[in-house]
Design a protein around this ligand. Structure first.
Ligand code: CTP
Length: 206
């Protein structure tokens, strides 16, 4: 099994020195890559900027922006059997990136923001016989929102977690299928949750 994993945050630059991003540590995605390697999968990691070493033995692709994550994953996906999208992708970017550095004006400034590409949704549209597992980070109406995301992005399964997971060592997740049923609940260190998820997928998706 050859599996693509997206991990970490992406960055969207306002000018050459400032960017928008989020506090994702990349730990969940990196733990999934390590767990996949342990069960003998070939792992392809596309990661935004994080403070972690790529697990030894994976194929590593470093990206910065959402657009870069999109183009790397779209190139790599055709040679994979499935994808697990654990990245905390930046949903908006400034309409324009200023060359150089925006100077202070002494007053408020306004930024016009536009949506970035939805990497997972694009993978979902080209998946054919490959499997697609998304993540859903939900603060309210978690199950309904997660199922809506699964359907909108053409996923086979979605891993529901809570914003508390961002930057944490542990996680508590629910694995939801396309009928909206909860297949599994796992709580523990991200490495333990990752091992449960990869073991489950290796039994069901082979
Ligand atoms: N995702 C993605 N590209 C984006 C946004 C999200 O690939 N531009 C992926 C994430 O990696 C995750 C899933 O889509 O697997 C859901 O991400 P989440 O942040 O929970 O939801 P969003 O689709 O961004 O929607 P919202 O922020 O409104 O909840």
């Amino acid at each position: 099994m050859r599996v693509l994993v997206t991990a970490g945050p992406t960055r969207e630059y306002l000018d050459d020195v400032r960017y928008l991003s989020n506090a994702s540590s990349g730990k969940m995605g990196y733990a999934i890559v390590a767990a996949g390697l342990k069960i003998g999968w070939d792992m392809v990691l596309v990661s935004g900027p994080v403070d972690l070493q790529p697990p030894v033995g994976c194929e590593f692709h470093s990206v910065m922006t959402t657009g870069e994550m999109r183009s790397e994953t779209m190139n790599l996906f055709p040679d994979c059997d499935g994808v697990i999208a654990a990245a905390a992708v930046c949903d908006y970017k400034p309409k324009e990136r200023i060359t150089g550095k925006i100077s202070k004006t002494g007053g408020a400034i306004q930024l016009e923001m536009i949506e970035t590409d939805d990497v997972l949704a694009e993978l979902g549209t080209v998946k054919e016989n490959r499997w697609v597992v998304g993540f859903a980070l939900e603060a309210q109406n978690p199950r309904e929102n997660a199922l809506q995301k699964l359907r909108k992005k053409n996923c086979d399964l979605i891993v529901l977690n809570h914003p508390d997971a961002i930057g944490s060592q542990s996680n508590s997740v629910e694995l939801i299928n396309s009928d909206g049923e909860t297949e599994e609940h796992w709580t523990g260190a991200k490495s333990e949750v990752a091992a449960e998820l990869t073991n489950w997928l290796s039994k069901r998706m082979s």
